[in-house]
Design a binder for this molecule. Structure first.
Ligand SMILES: [Zn+2]
Length: 602
């Protein structure tokens, strides 16, 4: 057990068996009378009265066997001196001699300080070390390895990580995952071909692209049964700017020179294994063809083994398109699920459409294209071989044609187009529509199916709106002019409903309602108006007013109360406007008659 784990009970036990003298030495008081767990004696071993502890470079070491599960305590003598005087020590603290003499265990020479977990004072945690001498952290090492694998030079890594080149080299090379980049020193003992006259051999070849003697170089590793044919093919394709590997083509186009080597000669049957082994020795960063195209010769045995697994129940034939759709699909890529075949523990995954092409056409081209644009299709007639470059060109050309076709077919339904081309958002369809100028090419289709209005349509809409506004303006103006007339009619003809007034003026019932709101023809209402009090006083009573309200008298009243002229005329418009409303009187009686007739007929 550790000294910091000791508790007060154990301290009491210690006190029974040991004591500290003036020099700070631990003296044994008495022995346990029981035996320890391993047959040893329990407690202090030395004779009573003798000094305890053994000398080490860190000071006196004290050993004590507790009874029971606590077991053996091994600690520095000064710890015991401190504990017996001051009680238990915190796990973070340690006892140290103030004057630096590790053998001076007198209590006045001891003090507590913070424990530094066994490292030198001032040394940092492994993950926080920053100086070159202490090495890279795991994370930094992983970063350096990753950079090296992706083809970075030592100097580039050194600059990114902030360590010296030597430091980076030392630590990265020590790691088991490290693989050296293929370089000229690896090629010193290999046979170099004269690119004008290549020998015909079977084996692993290497094409080096070199800028100059000191500059950085990249290498292409491949296997073939005929170096002459294969290397010549590479050079021919590079020269005509149609190599399937665009990185390779780019390096060649940048003016690098070609040198060809034979890394290892081997028979046809060993080609694959040898190539795997050689590739495995070098870091991928130095290679041009990281994912090389698999040749038919290499994969033929696996294809033959998988042949019987291509059966009719594995796919469904679409009657419309004649596509043979593979039943089990790789959800992420849309191709049929790969068929796993292993020969002598070497596992290969074969895509079903490639297997189909091999079975029916006997070929395994580096690139297979779906003419039917259906990735799950395994119909060999829907497949054709091509180079990567050709594929790229075809795709762009075909796509443009294809997009225009479907744009017309769906009559510019962006949603359907997005679905058809399996895009995530409608942005792509809109982009292509703009890029191919389809809006300008087919304006009718575009404007008809666009959520925006065509310029002509916009103008039409605008004119319509303007006409509507003008009509409304005229209506409001007319309502304003006939407002008084309506109010007067409403007042005079107590039976004149909104309906008949609206019919007479040929306006809406709601407008009549709006204008005649609060207008009434009853005399009770007039009674409530203060201005009329004077008029009524003049006529003595309301009855007198009604009876005597001849035009002449009213005119007299107006003469007497000129400021009430308007009100009087309004209250009793019948008298003043009778002549003006003859037309309405006739219309009104006719309207009522018609209504009665209609009711009777029902
Ligand atoms: Zn198809």
């Amino acid at each position: 057990m550790h000294i910091t784990e000791i508790n007060s009970e154990q301290i009491e036990e210690l006190k029974k068996h040991v004591e500290i003298n003036e020099q700070g030495h631990i003296i044994t008081k008495k022995l346990h009378d029981k035996k320890g767990p391993y047959g040893s004696s329990v407690g202090a071993k030395a004779k009573v009265g003798s000094r305890r502890g053994s000398k080490t470079k860190y000071g006196q070491i004290f050993t004590y066997n507790f009874l029971g599960e606590f077991g053996k305590l091994v600690c520095k003598a000064r710890d015991i001196v401190w504990i017996l005087a001051n009680g238990p020590i915190d796990a973070n603290m340690t006892v140290y001699p103030i004057d630096g003499d590790v053998f001076n265990d007198r209590i006045e020479n001891l003090a507590l300080k913070k424990r530094n977990n066994g490292r030198r004072p001032g040394s940092k945690d492994v993950n926080k070390r920053t100086t070159n001498r202490l090495g890279l952290t795991k994370k930094e090492l992983a970063t350096a390895l990753r950079m090296k694998k992706s083809g970075a030079t030592w100097r580039e890594i050194s600059e990114t990580m902030g360590y010296s080149v030597d430091c980076i080299k030392n630590w990265v090379k020590k790691d088991e995952k490290y693989k050296p980049a293929l370089n000229w020193s690896h090629l010193t003992n290999t046979k170099e071909y004269d690119t004008e006259n290549i020998e015909d051999e079977s084996g692993i070849y290497c094409i080096a692209m070199c800028a100059n003697r000191t500059g950085c170089s990249k290498f292409y590793i491949g296997s073939t049964i005929s170096t002459k044919t294969r290397i010549e093919q590479h050079i021919r394709e590079l020269k005509t700017n149609c190599h399937y590997n665009s990185d390779f083509q780019e390096l060649y186009n940048s003016g690098m020179k070609i040198r060809a080597f034979l890394l290892e000669a081997c028979s046809e049957s060993e080609l694959l294994e040898t190539e795997e082994r050689i590739r495995g020795q070098y870091c991928e960063g130095s290679l041009i063809n990281k994912n090389r195209a698999v040749l038919l010769d290499e994969i033929r045995p696996w294809l033959e083994k998988a042949r019987h697994r291509f059966t009719k129940n594995k796919y469904t034939i679409d009657k419309e398109t004649d596509c043979w759709e593979w039943n089990v699909l790789d959800a992420s890529k849309g191709y049929g699920n790969q068929i796993g075949v292993s020969i002598k523990l070497v596992q290969k995954s074969i895509l079903p459409h490639r297997l189909s092409y091999y079975i029916h056409k006997g070929e395994y081209p580096p690139l297979l294209r779906h003419k039917c644009d259906n990735k799950s299709c395994v119909n060999p007639d829907h497949l054709e071989s091509g180079s990567h470059r050709q594929n790229g060109l075809d795709r762009s050309r075909d796509f443009r044609k294809d997009f225009e076709y479907w744009w017309l077919e769906y009559s510019r339904d962006i949603k359907k187009l997005t679905e058809h081309f399996c895009w995530n958002s409608t942005g792509a369809a809109l982009k292509w529509e703009r890029e191919l100028g389809l809006r300008e090419k087919y304006p009718e289709i575009y404007w008809e199916n666009s959520k925006y209005m065509s310029p002509e349509e916009k103008q039409k809409q605008f004119a319509k709106k303007r006409a509507k506004r003008e009509k409304e303006r005229l209506r409001q103006r007319r309502l304003k002019t006939i407002k008084n007339e309506i109010i007067n009619i409403k007042k005079r003809y107590s039976g004149a409903s909104q309906e008949v007034i609206a019919a007479y003026f040929k306006i809406k019932k709601s407008d009549v309602a709006k204008i005649t709101k609060g207008v009434t023809s009853s005399f009770e209402d007039l009674w409530n108006r203060k201005e009329m009090v004077d008029v009524l006083e003049y006529f003595n009573s309301i009855d007198a007013f009604i009876r005597s309200a001849s035009k002449a008298q009213l005119e007299g009243a107006i003469n007497r109360f000129p400021h009430l002229e308007k009100q009087i005329k309004n209250y009793v418009p019948d008298v003043f406007y009778r002549r003006d409303h003859e037309q309405f009187t006739t219309f009104f009686s006719e309207f009522i008659e018609n209504k009665k007739k209609q009711k009777a007929s029902i």
